[in-house]
Design a protein around this ligand. Structure first.
Ligand SMILES: [Zn+2]
Length: 240
């Protein structure tokens, strides 16, 4: 039976060690067969599910709340370390938000970071999220999550201020944006305040929205990551 311990990186993968997941509720369910060595080393969620005492090699892991289209986009991220070009080529934030929420649910920090980098990159071509997209983020994330932080930064730094768009934003998003606005005003020297407010997401340092932990430290990051470990962010929180 698999254990909760993260498999060490194998020189040779065990191609015969596989498990199955069911995606989408019956009768539409699709079954995917995944390699343990690849997926259990990436996803804490899958590793925990596979290590339940009742789980046998035949137990099918339940992902029936998910949609095959999003799950396959996640598989693409795992195998290619990039977001599928077809998947991201539209002018809405929603598909990438949904993909991020899945990676976050599966507790796969590496994939979550790949997706958030893509959201940052794409945000220069797309207007700020719609109220529907903002509500989706706020109902599928917790306080302080990278996706919420990104949304707040988009509003504070890149919103053109058209009021009608904001009317149905989640109240908590508006409150978070206000407190970020106040933080910048208080923390920046007067001369820098204007510059601080006009900094785009791409101009901000990479890694701001990354998740890192002991299993996936910032040193493993392919981009130059400045907001390093959980320890670092805990320290900076204490300072502020
Ligand atoms: Zn990073």
């Amino acid at each position: 039976m698999p254990t909760l311990e993260k498999p060490t990186v194998q020189c040779e993968l065990h191609y015969q060690r596989t498990f199955q997941v069911a995606v989408e509720a019956a009768p539409e369910s699709k079954i995917y067969t995944l390699h343990e060595d690849i997926f259990l080393s990436r996803s804490t969620f899958l590793r925990a599910a596979r290590s339940q005492h009742w789980a046998t090699d035949e137990t099918i892991t339940d992902l029936t709340d998910e949609k095959p289209k999003i799950f396959e986009a996640y598989l693409h991220c795992i195998y290619r370390d990039e977001v599928n070009k077809h998947y991201k080529s539209n002018h809405a934030h929603q598909p990438l938000f949904e993909l991020y929420v899945l990676a976050d649910k599966l507790e796969d920090a590496k994939t979550a970071n790949v997706i958030i980098d893509e959201i940052v990159e794409r945000s220069k071509d797309i207007l700020i999220p719609t109220a529907t997209e903002a509500r989706y983020v706020y109902t599928h994330s917790v306080t302080g999550s990278p996706l919420r932080m990104l949304l707040v930064d988009l509003l504070v730094h890149e919103w053109d201020g058209v009021a009608e768009k904001s009317r149905i934003f989640p109240k908590q998003l508006l409150l978070d944006a206000m407190s970020e606005y106040a933080r910048i005003q208080v923390e920046c020297a007067e001369a820098e305040v204007v510059a601080a407010f006009t900094t785009t997401l791409q101009e901000q340092d990479y890694g701001r929205y990354h998740v890192h932990n002991g299993e996936y430290p910032a040193s493993d990051c392919s981009t130059e990551c400045v907001y390093n470990t959980e320890e670092d962010s805990a320290e900076s929180m204490e300072e502020s």
